[in-house]
Design a protein around this ligand. Structure first.
Ligand code: HEC
Ligand code: HEC
Ligand code: HEC
Ligand code: HEC
Length: 127
């Protein structure tokens, strides 16, 4: 009986720890595993903190959805998809290839806003 309660407690404690660990998970970088031979360290991007500091409350700013005419939806967002789910490695019509898509989105906004990093080493920070 005592052993069984011990095991039960251990399992419970284990689950609590797992929930705590994953609850505190926050994206720190944009992963680069979609690129066959990454040349640079992954770009630093603390998703939630970045978006709070930059006051980007609208997910569609980055996680966009376009219709067949190339018009961006003003209500639908694609935060459940990776950029690479739509953007291939190469340009495709009006659709920039993956690397260009990231650079246009990230650097583009930093340049327009005159805030946020625009040089390679500021984003691709060596670990
Ligand atoms: C505003 C941030 C930002 C800046 C500035 C930036 N990048 Fe990137 N870059 C990214 C992100 C995000 C990706 C997507 C994958 C990743 O995290 O590496 C990426 C991807 C890449 C890739 C494809 C993945 C790889 O590692 O091969 C290359 C190459 C690259 N960048 C080179 C550069 C170079 C060279 C510069 C400077 C001229 C630069 N980047 C500036 C954010 C940035
Ligand atoms: C400044 C651009 C930007 C904004 C704004 C933004 N995201 Fe993201 N988000 C990203 C990028 C970049 C990724 C990584 C995509 C990839 O790897 O292909 C990402 C990944 C995610 C993921 C994937 C899971 C993860 O954490 O690894 C979720 C979920 C997500 N975002 C939800 C949201 C929601 C919800 C909002 C609005 C409250 C939002 N995002 C706003 C850029 C943004
Ligand atoms: C559901 C599919 C889909 C996803 C997911 C997606 N895109 Fe796109 N994106 C498109 C399409 C389609 C276009 C081309 C629109 C056009 O025809 O002009 C586009 C265009 C772009 C452009 C050029 C036009 C513009 O808006 O500046 C950039 C930059 C871009 N995407 C970056 C990203 C980034 C970064 C992510 C991930 C955070 C992402 N996209 C996720 C479908 C997608
Ligand atoms: C729509 C605008 C916008 C987009 C898109 C955007 N940023 Fe930013 N970013 C900002 C602003 C504004 C700041 C400056 C925030 C401040 O300190 O006031 C910033 C700051 C940063 C910083 C400095 C540290 C920090 O986290 O505040 C990094 C690193 C960064 N951005 C990376 C990225 C990467 C990588 C992407 C693309 C995945 C991206 N940003 C997309 C607006 C944007």
């Amino acid at each position: 009986m005592k052993i069984k309660i011990g095991i039960l407690l251990a399992v419970l404690l284990g689950s609590v720890l797992v929930v705590l660990a994953f609850g505190q998970y926050e994206m720190q970088v944009v992963e680069n595993y979609y690129f066959p031979n990454p040349q640079r360290p992954p770009a630093v991007f603390e998703h939630d903190r970045h978006n709070e500091t930059a006051e980007l409350w609208d997910c569609m700013i980055c996680h966009h959805v376009y219709d067949e005419q190339g018009v961006q939806s003003d209500w639908e967002s694609s935060e459940d998809q990776a950029c690479a789910d739509c953007h291939g490695l190469e340009d495709q019509g009006g659709m920039p290839g993956l690397r260009k898509a990231f650079h246009q989105s990230c650097k583009g906004c930093h340049l327009t806003e005159r805030k946020g990093p625009v040089t390679c080493a500021e984003c691709h920070v060596k670990p």
